[in-house]
Design a protein around this ligand. Structure first.
Ligand code: GDP
Ligand code: MG
Length: 310
Protein backbone atom coordinates (compact mmCIF):
# COMPACT_ATOMS: atom_id res chain seq x y z
CA UNK A 1 0.00 0.00 0.00
CA UNK A 2 1.21 3.50 -0.80
CA UNK A 3 1.63 5.72 2.23
CA UNK A 4 -0.85 8.58 2.27
CA UNK A 5 -0.36 11.94 3.90
CA UNK A 6 -1.64 11.99 7.48
CA UNK A 7 -5.25 13.17 7.51
CA UNK A 8 -6.25 16.49 9.04
CA UNK A 9 -8.02 16.08 12.35
CA UNK A 10 -10.30 18.39 14.28
CA UNK A 11 -12.42 18.04 17.39
CA UNK A 12 -13.58 19.20 20.78
CA UNK A 13 -11.77 18.47 24.04
CA UNK A 14 -13.26 19.02 27.52
CA UNK A 15 -10.74 19.96 30.19
CA UNK A 16 -12.17 18.46 33.37
CA UNK A 17 -10.97 18.12 36.93
CA UNK A 18 -11.60 19.31 40.41
CA UNK A 19 -11.19 23.01 41.15
CA UNK A 20 -7.60 24.30 41.18
CA UNK A 21 -5.85 21.48 39.30
CA UNK A 22 -4.67 23.93 36.63
CA UNK A 23 -7.29 23.70 33.86
CA UNK A 24 -7.34 27.40 33.01
CA UNK A 25 -3.57 27.71 33.25
CA UNK A 26 -3.24 24.90 30.70
CA UNK A 27 -5.67 26.55 28.30
CA UNK A 28 -3.83 29.86 28.52
CA UNK A 29 -0.53 28.10 27.90
CA UNK A 30 -1.89 26.28 24.85
CA UNK A 31 -3.31 29.49 23.37
CA UNK A 32 -0.39 31.68 24.44
CA UNK A 33 -2.93 34.28 25.49
CA UNK A 34 -4.69 34.79 28.80
CA UNK A 35 -8.34 34.12 28.01
CA UNK A 36 -9.16 32.27 31.23
CA UNK A 37 -8.50 33.93 34.55
CA UNK A 38 -6.46 32.07 37.15
CA UNK A 39 -6.19 32.33 40.91
CA UNK A 40 -5.00 30.12 43.76
CA UNK A 41 -8.64 29.85 44.85
CA UNK A 42 -10.92 27.02 43.81
CA UNK A 43 -13.94 27.88 41.65
CA UNK A 44 -12.31 30.77 39.86
CA UNK A 45 -13.76 29.75 36.50
CA UNK A 46 -17.53 30.14 36.48
CA UNK A 47 -18.54 29.54 32.90
CA UNK A 48 -17.41 27.41 30.03
CA UNK A 49 -14.69 28.97 27.92
CA UNK A 50 -13.82 27.94 24.39
CA UNK A 51 -10.21 28.17 23.23
CA UNK A 52 -9.07 27.05 19.80
CA UNK A 53 -5.60 25.66 19.12
CA UNK A 54 -4.31 25.33 15.56
CA UNK A 55 -1.41 22.93 15.24
CA UNK A 56 0.29 21.03 12.48
CA UNK A 57 -2.36 18.81 10.90
CA UNK A 58 -4.95 19.37 13.59
CA UNK A 59 -7.28 21.81 15.26
CA UNK A 60 -8.35 21.30 18.86
CA UNK A 61 -11.26 23.22 20.35
CA UNK A 62 -10.91 23.15 24.13
CA UNK A 63 -13.61 23.79 26.67
CA UNK A 64 -12.28 25.02 29.97
CA UNK A 65 -14.94 24.22 32.53
CA UNK A 66 -15.67 25.27 36.09
CA UNK A 67 -14.20 22.59 38.35
CA UNK A 68 -16.54 19.73 39.14
CA UNK A 69 -17.18 19.64 42.85
CA UNK A 70 -19.93 18.99 45.35
CA UNK A 71 -22.79 21.25 44.39
CA UNK A 72 -24.17 23.46 47.10
CA UNK A 73 -26.28 26.48 46.24
CA UNK A 74 -27.58 27.60 42.84
CA UNK A 75 -24.28 29.08 41.60
CA UNK A 76 -22.29 25.91 42.36
CA UNK A 77 -24.98 23.68 40.89
CA UNK A 78 -24.93 25.69 37.69
CA UNK A 79 -21.15 25.38 37.49
CA UNK A 80 -21.28 21.59 37.85
CA UNK A 81 -24.03 21.26 35.23
CA UNK A 82 -21.84 23.16 32.79
CA UNK A 83 -19.00 20.70 33.32
CA UNK A 84 -21.19 17.65 32.84
CA UNK A 85 -23.06 18.87 29.79
CA UNK A 86 -19.72 19.73 28.19
CA UNK A 87 -18.61 16.12 28.51
CA UNK A 88 -21.57 15.04 26.38
CA UNK A 89 -20.58 17.43 23.58
CA UNK A 90 -16.90 16.66 23.08
CA UNK A 91 -14.80 14.08 21.22
CA UNK A 92 -12.22 13.60 23.95
CA UNK A 93 -12.18 14.09 27.72
CA UNK A 94 -9.02 15.41 29.31
CA UNK A 95 -9.09 14.83 33.05
CA UNK A 96 -6.47 16.70 35.04
CA UNK A 97 -5.18 15.51 38.38
CA UNK A 98 -2.33 17.00 40.35
CA UNK A 99 1.04 15.29 40.52
CA UNK A 100 1.10 15.75 44.26
CA UNK A 101 4.01 17.04 46.25
CA UNK A 102 4.19 14.48 49.02
CA UNK A 103 6.67 11.64 49.34
CA UNK A 104 6.04 8.34 47.62
CA UNK A 105 3.24 6.31 49.03
CA UNK A 106 -0.49 6.19 49.18
CA UNK A 107 -2.30 8.32 46.63
CA UNK A 108 -5.64 9.65 47.74
CA UNK A 109 -8.12 10.09 44.91
CA UNK A 110 -10.61 12.69 46.06
CA UNK A 111 -14.34 12.16 46.01
CA UNK A 112 -14.95 14.80 43.38
CA UNK A 113 -12.39 13.24 41.04
CA UNK A 114 -13.85 9.74 41.52
CA UNK A 115 -17.20 11.11 40.58
CA UNK A 116 -15.84 12.77 37.44
CA UNK A 117 -14.17 9.48 36.47
CA UNK A 118 -17.56 7.75 36.75
CA UNK A 119 -19.01 10.35 34.41
CA UNK A 120 -16.12 9.91 31.99
CA UNK A 121 -16.65 6.13 31.98
CA UNK A 122 -20.36 6.58 31.39
CA UNK A 123 -19.65 8.84 28.42
CA UNK A 124 -17.63 6.08 26.76
CA UNK A 125 -15.35 8.70 25.19
CA UNK A 126 -11.61 8.46 24.75
CA UNK A 127 -10.12 9.88 27.90
CA UNK A 128 -6.65 11.25 28.52
CA UNK A 129 -5.35 11.60 32.04
CA UNK A 130 -3.19 14.70 32.40
CA UNK A 131 -0.95 14.81 35.46
CA UNK A 132 -0.57 18.53 36.11
CA UNK A 133 2.00 20.64 38.00
CA UNK A 134 4.90 18.18 37.63
CA UNK A 135 7.26 21.12 38.18
CA UNK A 136 6.59 20.88 41.90
CA UNK A 137 6.53 17.11 42.22
CA UNK A 138 9.55 14.90 42.74
CA UNK A 139 9.80 12.32 39.92
CA UNK A 140 9.17 9.45 42.34
CA UNK A 141 5.83 10.97 43.25
CA UNK A 142 4.44 10.73 39.71
CA UNK A 143 4.49 6.97 39.10
CA UNK A 144 2.29 6.08 42.09
CA UNK A 145 -0.22 8.68 40.92
CA UNK A 146 -0.35 7.11 37.47
CA UNK A 147 -0.74 3.63 38.98
CA UNK A 148 -3.56 4.73 41.27
CA UNK A 149 -5.53 6.33 38.44
CA UNK A 150 -4.92 3.46 36.02
CA UNK A 151 -6.74 1.25 38.50
CA UNK A 152 -9.81 3.43 38.22
CA UNK A 153 -10.10 3.72 34.45
CA UNK A 154 -8.60 2.42 31.21
CA UNK A 155 -7.15 5.77 30.12
CA UNK A 156 -6.37 6.06 26.44
CA UNK A 157 -3.16 7.89 27.34
CA UNK A 158 -1.52 9.33 30.43
CA UNK A 159 0.56 12.50 30.03
CA UNK A 160 2.40 14.27 32.87
CA UNK A 161 3.00 17.97 32.18
CA UNK A 162 3.57 21.41 33.64
CA UNK A 163 1.59 24.29 32.16
CA UNK A 164 3.52 26.79 34.26
CA UNK A 165 6.93 25.69 32.92
CA UNK A 166 5.64 24.60 29.51
CA UNK A 167 6.93 21.06 30.03
CA UNK A 168 5.41 18.31 27.93
CA UNK A 169 2.47 20.46 26.86
CA UNK A 170 3.40 19.80 23.22
CA UNK A 171 3.28 16.10 23.90
CA UNK A 172 -0.16 16.49 25.45
CA UNK A 173 -1.37 18.37 22.37
CA UNK A 174 -0.02 15.73 19.98
CA UNK A 175 -1.70 13.01 22.02
CA UNK A 176 -5.05 14.78 21.94
CA UNK A 177 -4.73 15.55 18.24
CA UNK A 178 -4.44 11.82 17.48
CA UNK A 179 -7.73 11.17 19.28
CA UNK A 180 -10.04 13.64 17.54
CA UNK A 181 -11.81 12.62 14.31
CA UNK A 182 -10.51 13.13 10.80
CA UNK A 183 -12.03 16.22 9.27
CA UNK A 184 -12.34 17.78 5.83
CA UNK A 185 -11.77 21.20 7.31
CA UNK A 186 -11.22 22.96 10.64
CA UNK A 187 -14.18 23.59 12.96
CA UNK A 188 -13.32 27.26 13.34
CA UNK A 189 -11.59 29.73 11.01
CA UNK A 190 -7.89 30.07 11.89
CA UNK A 191 -8.28 33.55 13.39
CA UNK A 192 -10.80 32.44 16.02
CA UNK A 193 -9.04 32.10 19.36
CA UNK A 194 -11.96 32.08 21.78
CA UNK A 195 -15.68 32.68 22.15
CA UNK A 196 -14.99 35.27 24.84
CA UNK A 197 -15.63 38.77 23.56
CA UNK A 198 -13.11 41.40 24.66
CA UNK A 199 -15.85 42.94 26.74
CA UNK A 200 -16.32 39.68 28.65
CA UNK A 201 -12.58 39.29 29.05
CA UNK A 202 -12.44 42.78 30.56
CA UNK A 203 -15.05 41.76 33.15
CA UNK A 204 -13.10 38.58 33.89
CA UNK A 205 -9.80 40.43 34.31
CA UNK A 206 -11.45 42.65 36.93
CA UNK A 207 -12.99 39.64 38.68
CA UNK A 208 -9.59 37.92 38.72
CA UNK A 209 -8.12 40.83 40.66
CA UNK A 210 -11.01 40.75 43.12
CA UNK A 211 -10.31 37.04 43.61
CA UNK A 212 -6.60 37.67 44.09
CA UNK A 213 -6.84 40.72 46.31
CA UNK A 214 -9.70 39.93 48.68
CA UNK A 215 -10.18 37.26 51.29
CA UNK A 216 -12.71 34.89 52.82
CA UNK A 217 -16.12 35.03 51.22
CA UNK A 218 -15.56 38.13 49.08
CA UNK A 219 -13.95 36.34 46.10
CA UNK A 220 -17.12 34.26 45.75
CA UNK A 221 -19.48 37.15 46.43
CA UNK A 222 -18.25 39.17 43.46
CA UNK A 223 -19.66 39.36 39.95
CA UNK A 224 -18.45 41.88 37.41
CA UNK A 225 -20.43 43.58 34.65
CA UNK A 226 -18.92 45.79 31.97
CA UNK A 227 -21.28 48.71 31.39
CA UNK A 228 -19.28 50.40 28.65
CA UNK A 229 -16.57 49.30 26.25
CA UNK A 230 -15.73 52.26 24.03
CA UNK A 231 -13.30 51.60 21.19
CA UNK A 232 -13.81 54.80 19.21
CA UNK A 233 -10.26 55.94 20.04
CA UNK A 234 -8.65 52.53 19.62
CA UNK A 235 -6.99 52.95 16.24
CA UNK A 236 -5.26 56.25 17.00
CA UNK A 237 -1.73 54.87 16.80
CA UNK A 238 0.23 55.50 19.99
CA UNK A 239 -2.67 57.54 21.33
CA UNK A 240 -4.96 54.54 20.89
CA UNK A 241 -7.22 53.94 23.88
CA UNK A 242 -10.10 51.71 24.97
CA UNK A 243 -12.41 53.07 27.66
CA UNK A 244 -13.96 50.47 29.94
CA UNK A 245 -16.49 51.09 32.71
CA UNK A 246 -17.23 48.12 34.95
CA UNK A 247 -19.25 47.45 38.08
CA UNK A 248 -18.25 44.96 40.75
CA UNK A 249 -21.37 43.51 42.35
CA UNK A 250 -21.15 42.12 45.87
CA UNK A 251 -23.82 40.45 47.97
CA UNK A 252 -23.93 42.70 51.03
CA UNK A 253 -23.32 46.32 52.02
CA UNK A 254 -20.45 45.32 54.36
CA UNK A 255 -18.64 43.64 51.45
CA UNK A 256 -18.85 46.81 49.42
CA UNK A 257 -16.77 48.71 51.96
CA UNK A 258 -14.17 45.95 52.00
CA UNK A 259 -13.77 45.92 48.21
CA UNK A 260 -13.43 49.71 48.11
CA UNK A 261 -10.95 49.74 51.00
CA UNK A 262 -9.63 52.63 53.07
CA UNK A 263 -10.09 55.79 50.99
CA UNK A 264 -10.59 53.62 47.93
CA UNK A 265 -7.15 52.05 48.23
CA UNK A 266 -8.11 48.45 47.46
CA UNK A 267 -10.38 49.34 44.56
CA UNK A 268 -7.52 51.34 43.12
CA UNK A 269 -5.16 48.35 43.40
CA UNK A 270 -7.74 46.11 41.74
CA UNK A 271 -8.20 48.63 38.95
CA UNK A 272 -4.50 49.15 38.30
CA UNK A 273 -3.73 45.44 38.09
CA UNK A 274 -6.74 44.68 35.88
CA UNK A 275 -5.90 47.59 33.59
CA UNK A 276 -2.28 46.46 33.19
CA UNK A 277 -3.43 42.99 32.16
CA UNK A 278 -6.02 44.38 29.77
CA UNK A 279 -3.51 46.66 28.10
CA UNK A 280 -1.36 43.62 27.37
CA UNK A 281 -4.36 41.69 26.05
CA UNK A 282 -5.80 44.47 23.89
CA UNK A 283 -2.46 45.90 22.79
CA UNK A 284 -3.34 49.50 23.58
CA UNK A 285 -3.86 51.86 26.51
CA UNK A 286 -6.92 51.20 28.63
CA UNK A 287 -8.86 53.65 30.73
CA UNK A 288 -10.69 51.60 33.37
CA UNK A 289 -13.40 53.05 35.56
CA UNK A 290 -14.67 50.84 38.40
CA UNK A 291 -17.78 51.03 40.55
CA UNK A 292 -18.96 48.81 43.38
CA UNK A 293 -22.63 48.03 43.95
CA UNK A 294 -24.66 45.67 46.10
CA UNK A 295 -26.88 43.09 44.45
CA UNK A 296 -28.45 41.48 47.55
CA UNK A 297 -27.47 37.78 47.70
CA UNK A 298 -27.20 37.53 43.93
CA UNK A 299 -25.54 34.10 43.95
CA UNK A 300 -28.65 32.60 45.53
CA UNK A 301 -31.11 34.06 43.03
CA UNK A 302 -31.84 32.48 39.66
CA UNK A 303 -32.79 35.81 38.05
CA UNK A 304 -29.54 37.38 39.23
CA UNK A 305 -27.46 34.45 37.97
CA UNK A 306 -28.98 34.99 34.53
CA UNK A 307 -28.30 38.69 34.72
CA UNK A 308 -24.67 37.99 35.54
CA UNK A 309 -24.40 35.62 32.59
CA UNK A 310 -24.25 32.41 34.65
P1 GDP B 1 -8.37 25.58 37.64
O1 GDP B 1 -9.26 25.91 38.78
O2 GDP B 1 -8.30 24.09 37.42
O3 GDP B 1 -8.69 26.33 36.39
O4 GDP B 1 -6.87 26.00 38.09
P2 GDP B 1 -6.08 27.33 37.73
O5 GDP B 1 -5.57 27.27 36.34
O6 GDP B 1 -6.92 28.52 38.13
O7 GDP B 1 -4.80 27.19 38.68
C1 GDP B 1 -4.95 27.06 40.08
C2 GDP B 1 -3.62 27.37 40.73
O8 GDP B 1 -2.63 26.41 40.34
C3 GDP B 1 -3.06 28.74 40.32
O9 GDP B 1 -2.47 29.34 41.45
C4 GDP B 1 -2.01 28.38 39.28
O10 GDP B 1 -0.97 29.33 39.19
C5 GDP B 1 -1.49 27.04 39.78
N1 GDP B 1 -0.94 26.22 38.67
C6 GDP B 1 -1.55 25.91 37.51
N2 GDP B 1 -0.75 25.16 36.71
C7 GDP B 1 0.41 24.99 37.38
C8 GDP B 1 1.65 24.30 37.08
O11 GDP B 1 1.86 23.70 36.01
N3 GDP B 1 2.60 24.33 38.07
C9 GDP B 1 2.41 24.98 39.26
N4 GDP B 1 3.39 24.94 40.15
N5 GDP B 1 1.27 25.63 39.55
C10 GDP B 1 0.28 25.65 38.64
MG1 MG C 1 -10.26 27.57 35.99
Amino acid sequence: PTPTAAAFRAGFVAILGRPNVGKSTLLNRVLREKIAIVSPRPQTTRTRILGVWNGPGAQLAFFDTPGLHRAEGPLNRRMVEVGLSTLSEVDVALLLVEAGTGPEGRVEVGEATRWIIEEVKRSGKPAVLGISKIDRAPKEAILPVIAAYRELHAWTEVVPFSALRDENVDDLLRTLARLVPEAEQPLFPPDVLTDQAERQLAAEYVREQVMLQTRQEIPYAAAVAVEAFDETEREKGRHGLVRVAATIYVERESQKGIVIGKRGALLKEIGTAARTGLERLLGCKVFLELHVKVDERWSEREDALRKHGL
